[in-house]
Design a protein around this ligand. Structure first.
Ligand SMILES: [Zn+2]
Length: 272
């Protein structure tokens, strides 16, 4: 899936297939602009520590900018990746509405946002904060990992929906929990670990009712909150180095879990 000069990672809160080509790291601080048409003339632009927020109206740009920095802070705390230096400001493009988003990005009807290179394209609406958190997790994950390993998808998506659920204000079982409709089904018959790795859904269509997504969120939440955030960053570092899940768990969470199977059994027990 090589797409010419721009390294495109199309994923998204409600988006398309898993990329086989992730953003390259260490490429200086040039921002890769997406292939999509951006906002119409007169739109506002606001730079912050990690983002350039593009939106209609200065108030809106300010809100987007604050939401992005807040989400970034939450993700950094959960992953403990503070030593990781992003290569430049991420571009955030917030279209006026779904119509403009679809007209300019050609994404499917169910798509809420798309990540391209180090840019996020999405639109104004009630799910904006959630979508930004989800997409941003992917940006950071891919930039940190530098290289895509398809087996890591449950970690990448699990972390993205975990952060999205936080942005939505949902704790597991709470009123705004985005997976409230599928949690009991997941607890009754969880997906075996090997299938979590090998049978990831092809798209994010209707992912809120996907057992796979709910379980990925639940497993990553358990790993981060029970295993600890420093351990989680060591786990990610091991995966980045190409180590197996068993090795990454043993190094990241010594004393908690021996290997992937041990982690899975403990997670499963925590549901009862
Ligand atoms: Zn995703």
């Amino acid at each position: 899936m090589k797409r010419g000069l721009v390294s495109i990672a199309v994923l998204a809160s409600a988006c398309v297939p898993y990329p086989d080509d992730a953003p390259q790291s260490g490429g200086g601080t040039t921002i890769v602009s997406g292939p999509f048409k951006t906002l119409d003339a007169g739109a506002s632009k606001l730079d912050s520590l990690h983002f350039t927020a593009n939106a209609y109206g200065s108030e809106s740009a300010k809100r987007v900018s604050t939401a992005c920095e807040d989400a970034y802070g939450r993700i950094m705390i959960d992953t403990n990746l503070f030593s990781f230096m992003p290569r430049g400001l991420y571009q955030i493009v917030v279209y006026a509405d779904k119509d403009e988003y679809r007209r300019k990005t050609a994404q499917p009807e169910w798509s809420g946002g798309v990540t391209v290179g180090n840019s996020i394209y999405t639109f104004n609406g009630p799910a904006l904060g959630r979508t930004l958190s989800h997409e941003m997790t992917h940006l950071i994950f891919f930039e940190y990992m530098a290289k895509v390993n398809i087996d890591h998808r449950w970690v990448n998506e699990g972390l993205a929906v975990y952060e999205e659920n936080k942005a939505a204000g949902g704790l597991a079982g709470g009123a705004s929990d985005i997976f409230s409709g599928v949690r009991s089904g997941m607890a009754r018959s969880p997906i075996p670990m090997d299938q979590m790795i090998s049978l990831a859904p092809a798209s994010e269509r209707q992912y809120e009712v996907s057992l796979w997504y709910a379980q990925a969120e639940s497993m990553i939440r358990f790993m981060v909150e029970r295993g600890g955030r420093i351990g989680f960053s060591q786990y990610l570092a091991q995966l980045k180095e190409g180590q197996s899940f068993d090795r990454a768990i043993a190094v990241g969470f010594p004393g908690a879990w021996r290997d992937l199977n041990d982690f899975y059994l403990n997670w499963e027990r925590s549901l009862r």
